[in-house]
Design a protein around this ligand. Sequence first.
Ligand SMILES: C[S@@+](CC[C@H](N)C(=O)[O-])C[C@H]1O[C@@H](n2cnc3c(N)ncnc32)[C@H](O)[C@@H]1O
Length: 355
Amino acid sequence: MDKSLNLKRVPQTNHPSLKAWSAADELMVQSNPTNEETIGIYNDAFGYLTCHLANQNPFIITDLKSQAAAIHQNATNNDITVAANQFYLITDELPKQLEKAYLKIPKSIALFETYLQHIHSHLSSNGQVICGFMTKYFNANLLEMATKYFENVEQSKAKKKARLLILSGKKNRDNQPSFEQFQYHHLKLEQHKGVFSAGKVDKATNYLLQNIKQPKKYACILDLACGNGIIGKWILDKIEIEELHFLDDSNLAITSAKRNVKNENTQFHHNFDLSDFKENSLDWIITNPPFHFENTIDTSIPINLFKEAKFKLKEGGTLTIVANSNLGYESFLKHHFSQVKIEASNHQFKIYTCS
Ligand SMILES: C[S@@+](CC[C@H](N)C(=O)[O-])C[C@H]1O[C@@H](n2cnc3c(N)ncnc32)[C@H](O)[C@@H]1O
């Protein structure tokens, strides 16, 4: 890493081994010949690629709002100019074809495919894709997926336990955004490829929905970290409410939730914190919170969300959380909320209600 660059993770984490870049990012930057090309940077976790390739005015394509914020913040802190009009969401069309795309391969193979589809649609016919990954996360499905979209799929030699996949020769195919569909009880759900819990309901979510108890006050609700919106959709189906908000860091998740929930009393927030809400404005916040960042367990993200939730709840409001029993949220919750009840538990999950 360029010693003069100072990069931080967003949202911040207390996890000691989580850095803001990896050897895979370094290898991708090293592969860059410094000629003038139209380049796109996909899934640049915290801005390492953008900061290094900024002089080529890249298009920066993200799914997570936190990722765009991290890239912007880290570039600004390092006196690197990145304009707002360089940022695009993975669901947006780019104004120009790319000659080269850089992609940090995500953990989810479905999300990898979603990125590849966007790249395939926006890359010139003789363009090249440089994908970076850490060798410990390699699996044969990556190659299979890459060959679905490109004729030539080459692997570089490993360096510092990182490797590149170099793709070229676009295959002739139509890339309509494809939605996965599934049924949960009588509810039909759809989601973009790459959204949490593909094709089925997550076990913790299922446990929550089967044991859900509405609190005394529930007029204004937030489905926090909503994914495809299943929790809010289930609630809307069961009880009459005034207002239901859905919030997720992933644009693909929010787009999916919008497809699943069409009620008028709903609002959707593409965000990674609760800054869209006033203090004392919500009656009930309900969540199956994130506790991974890519391949690492990191509970500092949900814990920050719980801290914010406390201030956004009205007097007498409730935060309901479903979590793996071993995540140990209890002492944190007891420290911050006056009442913490375990509403239900089994060998795997606990449902906490905090007020
Ligand atoms: C465990 S999943 C739950 C999804 C959905 N509620 C369900 O039950 O299927 C957690 C979700 O949190 C989202 N997420 C991760 N970090 C976030 C943050 N800081 N703020 C909001 N959402 C976040 C992820 O995109 C993911 O959709």
